[in-house]
Design a protein around this ligand. Structure first.
Ligand code: NAP
Length: 283
């Protein structure tokens, strides 16, 4: 019998993660002898865990909160995106060495490409991109959006100093703004993205009036519980294009699976339905 190939999601806590549903779906679909497991590791044990990856128990795995920055510090073979962002979400072993990448931005872009082709049309690249939030997800998404040639990015955050820091990190294409600037910023924007946790089930609502947005603006929310957030519902009621956050989660998993199992997996309707079913039953 072929040896069981194993991959992990490592976090603290990790119980809530939907990644095992995604990867075990693909393992079954492609007929592999493998498993993808939840592996809770506390911050004080994380460096030992990374070292232990040399013993070959795992092909690799994902890291989530609170280990993304520590993984960046511990692993020296980094892809260019992880190097830029200072955070890692995907680890694999190659030629006996530990490698790492950050695929959040890839997942964000691939989701938009699939749901709303032409969202990055050349005619839109001088327009504003509004990013709500200034945390780790905002950093990955700004990097990704910049990589598609958008050069006018506005960061709006509750804590203004964090927006300023993030704008400083990216340089002259990116500017920090206060929440009250939103109505003016919206007038000339091509894309508005919520990267805060506002609007998530159990969290405070995201109270924002989208009516100043141009009719061709795309509204994206990376919160995916609920699947269609109030922000997206409002955008849809205004006739705007929308992109749900679940697709980002599904697409960011693709490069890792390919590294571990050697097959580039498909983000299909069947996979999406399986994760939606779990969200409906367990949220
Ligand atoms: P983070 O680094 O902790 O940043 C959280 C952001 O939300 C900060 O900008 C914070 O503002 C803002 N925020 C939180 N509570 C707020 C409130 N009550 N009022 C106003 N702003 C508030 O978190 P993250 O890693 O960037 O993740 C952010 C969200 O994205 C989470 O909900 C996460 O689940 C989701 N996410 C989704 C995917 C996906 O695949 N779809 C991937 C990654 C993350 P302050 O700076 O003022 O605190």
């Amino acid at each position: 019998m072929a040896e069981l190939k194993r991959a992990f999601i490592c976090g603290w806590p990790v119980e809530h993660s939907r990644s095992p549903i995604i990867h075990n779906f693909w393992i079954n679909k492609y007929g592999l002898q493998g498993e993808y497991i939840k592996h809770p590791v506390s911050p004080s044990d994380f460096d030992d865990f990374v070292l232990s990856l040399h013993n070959g128990t795992f092909l690799g795995g994902n890291v989530t909160i609170p280990h993304k920055e520590m993984a960046f510090k511990l692993i020296k073979n980094l892809d260019p995106v992880a190097k830029r962002l200072g955070a890692v979400n995907t680890i694999w072993i190659e030629d006996g060495e530990i490698h790492a990448a950050n695929t959040d931005g890839y997942g964000f872009l691939a989701n938009l490409d699939q749901l709303t082709p032409n969202w990055d049309d050349a005619s839109l690249k001088q327009k504003k991109v509004i990013v709500l939030g200034a945390g780790g997800a905002a950093r990955a998404i700004i990097d990704a959006v910049q990589s598609r040639g958008f050069t006018n990015i506005s960061i709006v955050n509750r804590t203004y100093s964090r927006a300023e820091n993030l704008a400083g990190f990216f340089g002259k294409t990116t500017h920090a703004h206060k929440w009250e600037d939103l109505p003016n910023l919206m007038l000339d924007s091509a894309l508005l993205i919520n990267t805060t946790s506002l609007g998530m089930e159990g969290k405070s609502p995201l109270e924002i009036d989208l009516s100043p947005l141009p009719s061709n603006c795309l509204v994206s929310d990376i919160v995916y519980v609920p699947l269609k957030t109030e922000l997206l519902q409002q955008a849809e009621n205004l006739g705007l294009k929308i992109a749900e956050g679940l697709g980002m989660l599904l697409h960011q998993a693709v490069p890792g699976f390919e590294k571990w199992f050697g097959i580039r997996p498909e983000v299909s309707d069947e996979l999406r339905a399986l994760v939606v079913q779990d969200l409906e039953q367990n949220s």
